[in-house]
Design a binder for this molecule. Structure first.
Ligand code: UDP
Length: 240
């Protein structure tokens, strides 16, 4: 939805947040029994459910790589996830986002330990209100870890936007549609390695450097949340 009025009034955003405030974050690990690992992550009204299958034999066989395993990601926004019904199935956007999510996650996985096999991640967006790709990356990272896939580190992600000339964290749907620029950022916080920077729109060099720093700080917080969600799951399992 395009709006003409200001998106920041008296230092507050359309949903009442301060520029550097993220929405309420919820994380839950282990929701799909048939999957090897799964997780659901919400940033406010954006919710992603990720399920990991594998490492497992890959079909069609010609896709097998004798040197390493392959990661496949399928991102999809469900028809009821947005106000205006989204037609089901893959479109250009979901193909692009699937690739971006895979690119952000791949550097964290020891794929060389799994020649000829594949790891499949299916991410479904149950509710969308901006920043679905970064929410998907967080959910997929948790799902991979809960599947026991050997990883160098968790991958944490967040979005940063430029709205009314102000840098804001964790953009919602209205901000996404009306911002001057938006940047998706992912990193392995324990390794201090960035795995994704993707930007639409324009920022000055100074703004870009500040946005990256904001992303880095936020990912460190998300890292603690991801570790906490995994800890909670294993405490539950230990009690059973
Ligand atoms: N959106 C929508 N319908 C669509 C695609 C997107 O309503 O078919 C909304 C949704 O809230 C999404 C936002 O637009 O989160 C921004 O989408 P974008 O493609 O920029 O990716 P995202 O920010 O979700 O990673």
């Amino acid at each position: 939805m395009k709006i003409e009025s200001s998106l920041i009034v008296n230092g507050k955003r359309v949903d009442g947040r301060k520029p550097e405030e993220i929405r309420e974050v919820r994380m839950k690990v282990g929701l799909i029994e048939n999957a090897n690992g799964s997780a659901m992550v919400s940033f406010g009204k954006t919710t992603a459910l990720a399920a990991v299958y594998g490492p497992r034999e890959i079909y069609p066989k010609h896709l097998q790589d004798p040197e390493k395993g392959i990661l496949r990601v399928r991102y999809m926004m469900l028809p009821f996830s947005v106000d205006e019904r989204k037609s089901p199935g893959m479109d250009r956007r979901s193909i692009e986002l699937s690739k971006i999510i895979r690119t952000a996650l791949e550097p964290a996985i020891f794929l060389e330990e799994f020649p000829r096999v594949g790891i499949d991640i299916f991410v479904d967006i149950l509710q969308a209100d901006g920043s679905t790709r970064v929410t998907s990356i967080n959910a997929s990272s948790l799902a991979l870890a809960s599947a026991g896939v050997p990883m160098k580190d968790l991958v944490c992600a967040c979005s940063i936007g430029k709205v009314d000339n102000v840098l804001v964290l964790d953009i919602n749907g209205i901000e996404d549609n009306n911002c001057q620029a938006d940047l998706s950022f992912a990193m392995m916080p324990g390794k201090d390695k960035i795995t994704l920077i993707q930007m639409d729109g324009l920022m000055s060099k100074e703004e870009l450097m500040k946005a990256i720093e904001l992303g880095r700080k936020t990912c460190l917080k998300i890292y603690e949340m991801q570790k906490d969600a995994l800890r909670r799951k294993y405490e539950e399992v230990a009690k059973e």
